[in-house]
Design a binder for this molecule. Structure first.
Ligand code: ADP
Ligand code: ADP
Length: 231
């Protein structure tokens, strides 16, 4: 049951001599957490942005849930794909609740349904709604902001989650806790997840399969954590 497919995808940024991503093909099945791990600059973020159609591949094709991403309008994309990034990207002047409810609002949900969903999500990520829904991002710790980022990405219950160094900005202890909580959540949610990190330990912990990337995102190994560790 294929959920995401990259078919010979390349990206050459304008003005660059070498491609950031070159001829990458990959198949991701429903319910997997596939981790892309590799050094800084190897093209992980570029790959994520192409899956989310923030940038276009120079060549190749990307399928998500049976559709070529170039055929999906922004609303359909957000219905299918939740995106979590390291710098969270919460709107600083908007409350936690408004941030979390952005995509449902864009999808035209009514106010009552949005409010109920926001409370459900905050609860899900371990933030007491009564205490946190009216706060501004700057009134939260880094770890709490990351939780809000995860809640926002989950808001419209997309089948796919793209997580780019989602816990990267937090201290080691908070990071460990967020990882554990997210894995527990995923047992319930069964999302298809692409997770980017440059930290091999995090890859081993989070991945059901791990793609070890080299230059231009060339796939050096692609296997389960158990098999990678035994080699
Ligand atoms: P990673 O996420 O693995 O750190 P990136 O995808 O961010 O790698 O970057 C891959 C390569 O593409 C790097 O050499 C980076 O400098 C380059 N790059 C990224 N974004 C752009 C851009 N907008 N324009 C030109 N080059 C870029
Ligand atoms: P990340 O890998 O987490 O995206 P970077 O610092 O590499 O962090 O990139 C930050 C932003 O700058 C990204 O939006 C990326 O597309 C852009 N960028 C990265 N490298 C380049 C580059 N060489 N030229 C232009 N823009 C770049």
């Amino acid at each position: 049951d294929v959920m995401i497919e990259l078919q010979q995808v390349s990206k050459l940024y304008r003005g660059q001599k070498t491609p950031a991503v070159e001829d990458v093909s990959m198949t991701i099945r429903r319910g997997e957490i596939v981790v892309l791990v590799g050094p800084s600059g190897c093209g992980k973020t570029t790959t994520m942005k192409m899956i989310n159609r923030l940038i276009e591949p120079t060549s190749g094709r990307i399928m998500v849930d049976g559709s070529d991403v170039t055929s999906l309008d922004p609303t359909e994309l957000r219905r299918r794909i939740g995106y979590v990034i390291q710098q969270v990207g919460l709107f600083p002047h908007m409350s936690v609740a408004t941030n979390v409810g952005l995509v449902p609002k864009m999808l035209g949900w009514d106010r009552k349904r949005i409010d109920a969903r926001v409370d459900e999500l905050l609860h899900l990520v371990g933030l007491e709604p009564g205490q946190y829904r009216h706060r501004l991002p700057r009134q939260l710790s880094g770890g709490q902001q990351q939780r809000v980022g995860v809640a926002r990405a989950l808001a419209a219950d997309p089948p796919v989650m793209l997580m780019d160094e989602p816990f990267g900005a937090t201290d080691p202890l908070t990071r460990d806790r967020l990882q554990n909580e997210f894995l527990r959540l995923q047992e319930k949610l069964q999302k298809t997840i692409v997770f980017v990190t440059h930290d091999f330990d995090e890859a081993i912990k989070m991945g059901s399969r791990i793609a070890v990337l080299g230059d231009r995102s060339s796939i050096r190994q692609f296997d389960t954590p158990e098999r990678l560790l035994s080699n």
